[in-house]
Structures are given as structure tokens and as C-alpha cells.
Design a protein around this ligand. Structure first.
Ligand SMILES: Nc1nc2c(ncn2[C@@H]2O[C@H](COP(=O)(O)OP(=O)(O)OP(=O)(O)O)[C@@H](O)[C@H]2O)c(=O)[nH]1
Length: 699
């Protein structure tokens, strides 16, 4: 866009300065060859031009210092304009098939371009020469065709355009082949193949192989020709190019036909029939069908031959190709002749002849007349003679003397059959003379062929190299395919890895969830169990009524006290018994008695330190284990307790307690002995009048 805009601005300014009519639009057109041209439109109103310039925002003063080379370019643009229009016209003529007019128009373009020495122009010039050559080729003007291909080649060489050089060498080779310059043709195609070996133009290379194969076929080196065709065939197959594949297959089949390898020929003609009809040019399919028909005639499969021939005929009908129909009618005629159905044979040869007459084509006439004469040899000698004589007349102008020889031979046979031996002899002599002439010409041709064949040996070596290259290419392709396969597998592995990781993550999450759930359940169960255990432990160690430790716990703690502290150590056991508790129960009932028991426990609990033990020893009896406490201290605590009990009101009742105290210092050797000591002291308190504290005395 930037380029387009700047050129437009340039043109506007430039034209204004030169006082030309202003240009209001300039458009870039890209030619097929890649070069650019500018198409311009003019207006005659200067005022409009200025307005337009202002609208475009063109800086008018800038144009005052335009450099000289820009001026030069303007000429180029003018030329480009005319070249573009000429080119469009020439291409239209070419496409229309008006080759003569196309040539003169292309020549006009080339005249303009020949004056310009720029590289871009040389490329266009080469292309223009190519078009001219192609037009001459269509007009079958062989010399001119070759001449312009040579010019194109020289032009491409000037800019060293390898691709165009290689391709033009091939087309020039074809032109030289038409001129009968087989060795030149071979040299050119060899050169083309050589260059193709150094550049990346597979299609051009395939075309060069095709070209080489045709030349080699002309010099009757069918084997080598086949090699080239197969290289081209491999390329088209590789590229999935249906048209190229089918056309090359037809060529290969044709060669196999020449080599009388009809089975191979059939299999290659069948290639074209394997594609859907809409993928191939109808003519390619028709060629395959026609040739298959011909092979089936040779194989005496006459019905099959006709079936193919009729399919080919239907295509030629739609293509409006009478020259092809003449051949198909002959094949159908041959098939009937093979079945000895002479009437049908004559009918079809006659149809072929009618078209030949319509086309005014001597070759086709002769080709139809000769089998007509042959069939009539068995039926009607007068008609046979007439057919051969006409064939002889038309064959005189033909380059190919073989047909003339066939006509002479036919006439000799007719006259022999009618007993006109003098005439038969005359034609036999003519036949002999012509045979000698053909042989002599053939030997010339053979010489030419031999010369070319010598050259082709050289080519054979090149082909070997190319085959090797193709083999390497194929190996490379196989390697690349392998690499693709490997990377595909790697991708699959990576995908699997990803999936694995994804699934692993999912699985892990699931496992984590399950584990967490299990853990939570376990934890809950643990907590529950623990609580249950604690409760059980509590229940196992506590008295449910007073929530003091129970008797069992008391003994356990005393055991640990004995385990930790030797008898000399401080530590006391205080035994408390509520006085006349039975009476409380009796007077106030068991519930009040229970409340009293809880109240007593409460008072006792307030008088012990951390680590000391308060236990309900039984009924209305409690024990306190006072660690690290001397007997005196224990006595003091006990006295305090006794006083508190006495002064406390439990609900609505009053009570007193009797207390017995003992110390480890008295040398008890076991918990039982200690308890017995306390119990003795308590007994003394009870016996001594209750509501008092007494210490154990060994006496
Ligand atoms: N309310 C209630 N009474 C209980 C409980 N355990 C034992 N007793 C009662 O406590 C009383 C104990 O009576 P005794 O052993 O004769 O002693 P006492 O009446 O306190 O007389 P002394 O000890 O000699 O002062 C019995 O009547 C038991 O039934 C209990 O858990 N609750």
C-alpha cells in the first residue's frame, strides 16, 4: 500500500511540474512474471486536478526537486502502460487461438522490451519470446518455434534465471526434435536435466524427463525412454498429480506397446481409468480407452476391444474430435475383421474414410482405404482394386512411404487374384523399387538414429545418476516420513504423558480426598474413642456420685507413691468418715444423704493441692493422699477439714466428720498397711467421741 501511495503521489507531482494533464489515479498491476506496471488515468481539468491534489494532501513544493532518475522511470511507466494493454490483448488472442495475431502483438511487446536493459524487463522479454514460440508451435511452424525458444533461452541466460533456462532447454529440445535434429534435441534435454539436478523445480524436472523420453523414443531407445518416463511418473505419483500420473502412464503404456509388452501396456493404460472421470482431461481417458481397444484387438478379445472403443468414441463425440474418431472407427473395423464380420468391418472403415474425406486429410484417407482394400480382397476384387488405387493416389504426397508400399502390395495381390499377371508384375516391380528406396532412407535414418543412440549412451549414464538421485530423494522422503511418524509418536507419547499426569492428578486428588476422608473418619473415631476411653477411664477411676477418685484409683496411686518414695519420705494418708451418716439417710432420705456426700467431697477437694488425691473409699468414707506432706501438716489440714465440716451446712443439714491420719514415716510397707494405719487412727477418733482428728500411733 505504501508503494502504491508513493507512486501515485510521485506521478501527480511529476505530471504537474511537466505541465502535463494531471493523473487522478495510478494503479499497480502485477504481471504473471512478477514485474509491476502502472496503469494511469488522465483528466483534462486542471482546476479539478488541483482540488484533487489538495484533497490528497500532496505536498506540491516537494516536486520541485525531483531527481533525474525519477524522470527516467516515468518513461518506463508510459511503456509499462502500453505493454500492459498490449500484453492483455496478446494473451486474449493467444487464449482465443488466434495465434497469428497473438504473435504480432507479442512481437510488438518484445520490440519495446528489447530496448530496455533492465532485469525485470528481460524476464518479461523471455516470457514474451516463449509465448511467441508457443504460438508458432500451435501453428506448426517448427523453425520459428525453435528460433523463438532460442531467443527466450538466450534472454534467460542473460539474467541467469536457472529455472527458466532449464524449462526452455526442454521446450527447445522438443522444437529441435520436430525439426529432426535429434542429437541437438538430446543435448538440449540433457542440459535441461543437468540444470534441473541443481535447482528445486520438481515439476520442470518431470517435464524434462518426459521430453527426454519422447526424444529417446524417436531414436528407438525404448528402454531408456521408459526409464525417463518412469522417473516422471514417480514424480507425478508422489505429488498426487492425477493428470500428470495418468498422462505419463499413457506414455509408458505406449512404450510397452512398442516393445510388444502388451500386459504391461494394459496395466499402465488402466491407470487413467482408475481415476474419477472428473479428475482427468477427457482426452487422456479416451487415449487410454482407444489404446486398450487396440491391444484387445491384438489379443483377439474383439468384444472387449469394441467396448473400450465405444467408450472412447463417446468421449471424442463430446470433444468434437473427428480426427480421433477416424482412428477409433478403424479399431472397431479391425475388431470385426478379426471376427470375420466383413460387412461390419467395411462399414466402420467406411465411417473412418468418410471423416477423413470431411477433414480432407490424406493420411487418414490412406489409413482407412488400406483395410477397406484388404477386406474387399476376400469379397469384391473390383472394389478392392478401387480402394488400393485411391490409397496409392493419396499416399503419393505422404512422407511416410510405408502406406504407399501397402497400396502397391494390395494392387499386386488384386491383380494376382484376377489373373492380370502383367499388371501384378508391374506393381511387384514398383513395390520392389519402393522397398529399396525405403531401405536406403531407413539406413540414412538408421545412421541418424545410430548417431543419436551413441549420444544417448551418454545420457544413459546421466539417467543412472538421476535415478540414484531419485532413489536418494525417495530415501530422504522415507526418512522424512519416518521422522514425521516419530514425531507423531512422540506427540502421542506426550499426549499420553499429559493424560497420565492429568489422570494422575485426578487420581491423586481422589486419593487425597479418600485419604482425607479416611483420616477424618479415623480422627473422628480416634477422638470418639479417646473421649470414650477418657470417659471409660474416668468411670473406671472415679466415683460417679461425688466425682472423687474411686477406691481402685486410690490403691493405684498409693502403689505409685510407694514405688516413688521410700518409707522415710514424706507423704500422708488421711481417712475421713462422716459421723452417723446412717441417721442422715434415715432422717432425711438417701437423696439428701447423697447431697451430703457430694457436699463433703466438695469441702475435701478445696483442701488438697494439685497432685494430691481425693478418693471415696466406700459408703461415707473418703481418703486424701497428701504428697510431700509431713504428719504435722497433714494433721493441720485434717483439723481444718474437720472444722469446716462442722461449720458447713449441707443443704439443710449439719454434720461432723471423724478423721484418722497416718504418714509414710510410720513405716508402712504397702498401701494396705498404710490404709490400715489410717483406719486405726480413724477408729480411734470414732471411738474417742467422733468429730476429731487423730494420728496413727504404733502403740
Ligand atoms: N445416702 C447414702 N447412704 C449411704 C451410701 N453408702 C452408704 N450409705 C449409708 O451409710 C451408712 C453407714 O452407716 P454406718 O456404717 O452404720 O455408720 P454411721 O451411721 O455413719 O455411724 P458411725 O460411722 O459409727 O458414726 C449406712 O446406713 C449406709 O446405708 C450412699 O452412697 N448414699
Amino acid at each position: 500500500m505504501h508503494k502504491k501511495g508513493s507512486v501515485r503521489n510521485y506521478l501527480l507531482i511529476h505530471c504537474m511540474l511537466r505541465e502535463h494533464y494531471p493523473i487522478v489515479s495510478a494503479r499497480y498491476i502485477q504481471l504473471d512474471n512478477g514485474s509491476d506496471i502502472v496503469s494511469v488515468r488522465l483528466v483534462s481539468n486542471r482546476f479539478f486536478f488541483l482540488i484533487f491534489m489538495l484533497l490528497l494532501g500532496v505536498p506540491l513544493e516537494v516536486g520541485a526537486s525531483l531527481p533525474a532518475p525519477e524522470k527516467q522511470r516515468n518513461t518506463t511507466y508510459s511503456n509499462a502502460v502500453s505493454i500492459e494493454s498490449l500484453r492483455e490483448r496478446a494473451l486474449a488472442l493467444y487464449k482465443k487461438g488466434d495465434y497469428k495475431q497473438a504473435i504480432s502483438t507479442f512481437l510488438a511487446i518484445s520490440k519495446i522490451l528489447e530496448d530496455q536493459a533492465q532485469e525485470a524487463d528481460l524476464s518479461t522479454l523471455g516470457r514474451t519470446y516463449t509465448y511467441i514460440a508457443q504460438s508458432y508451435k500451435r501453428l506448426k511452424l517448427r523453425e520459428e518455434t525453435a528460433a523463438f525458444y532460442r531467443k527466450a533461452l538466450a534472454t534467460y541466460k542473460r539474467i541467469d534465471s536457472k529455472r527458466n533456462i532449464a524449462r526452455t532447454l526442454n521446450t527447445l529440445a522438443e522444437a529441435e526434435r520436430y525439426l529432426g535434429n535429434l542429437d541437438t534435441s538430446l543435448n538440449l534435454v540433457m542440459e535441461s536435466l543437468r540444470i534441473h539436478g541443481t535447482i528445486d523445480d520438481e515439476e520442470g524436472k518431470a517435464k524434462a524427463h518426459m521430453g527426454a523420453s519422447i526424444i529417446l523414443r524417436h531414436i528407438e531407445n525404448y528402454e531408456l525412454s521408459l526409464e525417463h518416463l518412469k522417473l516422471a511418473y514417480a514424480y507425478f505419483k508422489r505429488e498426487n498429480n492425477a493428470v500428470g500420473t495418468a498422462k505419463t502412464a499413457n506414455e509408458i503404456a505406449h512404450l510397452y506397446g512398442r516393445l510388444a509388452s502388451f500386459e504391461e501396456a494394459k496395466s499402465f493404460y488402466e491407470v487413467a481409468l482408475q481415476y474419477p472421470a472428473d479428475q482427468l482431461p477427457p482426452a487422456t481417458i479416451a487415449t487410454a480407452l482407444r489404446e486398450l481397444a487396440e491391444i484387445e484387438v491384438i489379443a483377439s478379445n474383439f468384444q472387449k476391444a469394441r467396448s473400450y472403443a465405444k467408450r472412447a468414441m463417446a468421449i471424442y463425440e463430446t470433444l468434437n474430435a473427428p480426427e480421433k474418431k477416424t482412428a477409433v472407427f478403424r479399431i472397431i473395423g479391425d475388431s470385426y475383421q478379426g471376427e470375420d464380420n466383413l460387412n461390419q468391418a467395411i462399414y466402420n472403415y467406411q465411417a473412418s474414410l468418410d471423416i477423413a474425406n470431411q477433414l480432407d486429410n490424406d493420411l487418414f484417407r490412406v489409413k482407412a482405404l488400406l483395410p477397406v482394400g484388404n477386406v474387399y480382397l476376400k469379397q469384391d476384387l473390383v472394389k478392392s482394386e478401387r480402394a488400393f488405387k485411391t490409397a496409392l493416389t493419396f499416399s503419393k504426397d505422404l512422407k511416410n512411404k510405408t502406406y504407399r508400399l501397402a497400396a502397391l502390395k494390395g494392387l499386386r495381390e488384386v491383380y494376382t487374384a484376377t489373373g492380370q499377371f502383367q499388371d501384378a508384375l508391374e506393381f511387384a516391380e514398383k513395390e520392389l523399387a519402393l522397398t529399396e528406396q525405403i531401405q536406403s532412407e531407413n539406413s540414412d535414418k538408421l545412421l541418424e538414429i545410430a548417431k543419436a543412440k551413441l549420444l544417448s549412451f551418454k545420457l544413459e549414464n546421466e539417467v543412472e545418476a538421476l535415478k540414484e538421485q531419485t532413489r536418494l530423494d525417495e530415501l530422504e522422503i522415507a526418512r522424512k516420513n519416518n521422522e514425521i511418524e516419530i514425531s507423531r509418536k512422540e506427540q502421542q507419547i506426550a499426549n499420553l504423558q499429559l493424560s497420565k499426569e492429568r489422570y494422575a492428578k485426578i487420581m491423586l486428588s481422589l486419593i487425597v480426598i479418600v485419604l482425607v476422608t479416611i483420616a477424618l473418619a479415623l480422627y473422628r473415631s480416634y477422638v470418639t474413642s479417646r473421649r470414650k476411653n477418657e470417659k471409660l477411664h474416668y468411670l473406671a477411676t472415679h466415683d460417679s456420685l461425688t466425682e472423687c477418685f474411686n477406691r481402685r484409683y486410690l490403691f493405684d496411686s498409693l502403689r505409685s507413691l510407694f514405688a516413688q518414695a521410700p518409707a522415710s519420705h514424706s507423704g500422708c494418708l488421711v481417712m475421713i468418715d462422716i459421723d452417723h451418716f446412717k441417721k442422715i439417710n434415715d432422717d432425711f432420705g438417701h437423696n439428701v444423704g447423697d447431697d451430703a456426700l457430694r457436699g463433703v467431697a466438695h469441702v475435701l477437694r478445696q483442701n488438697i493441692s494439685d497432685g494430691d488425691v481425693l478418693a471415696r473409699f466406700g459408703g461415707e468414707e473418703f481418703c486424701m493422699v497428701l504428697h510431700n506432706t509431713s504428719l504435722e501438716d497433714a494433721m493441720a489440714v485434717s483439723e481444718k477439714v474437720r472444722a469446716q465440716m462442722e461449720n458447713h451446712t449441707f443443704g439443710k443439714i449439719k454434720l461432723t466428720c471423724s478423721i484418722g491420719v497416718t504418714s509414710l514415716a510410720f513405716g508402712a510397707s504397702s498401701p494396705t498397711e498404710l490404709i490400715e494405719q489410717a483406719d486405726k487412727a480413724l477408729f480411734f477418733s470414732k471411738a474417742n467421741g467422733r468429730n476429731q482428728v487423730n494420728a496413727y500411733s504404733a502403740t
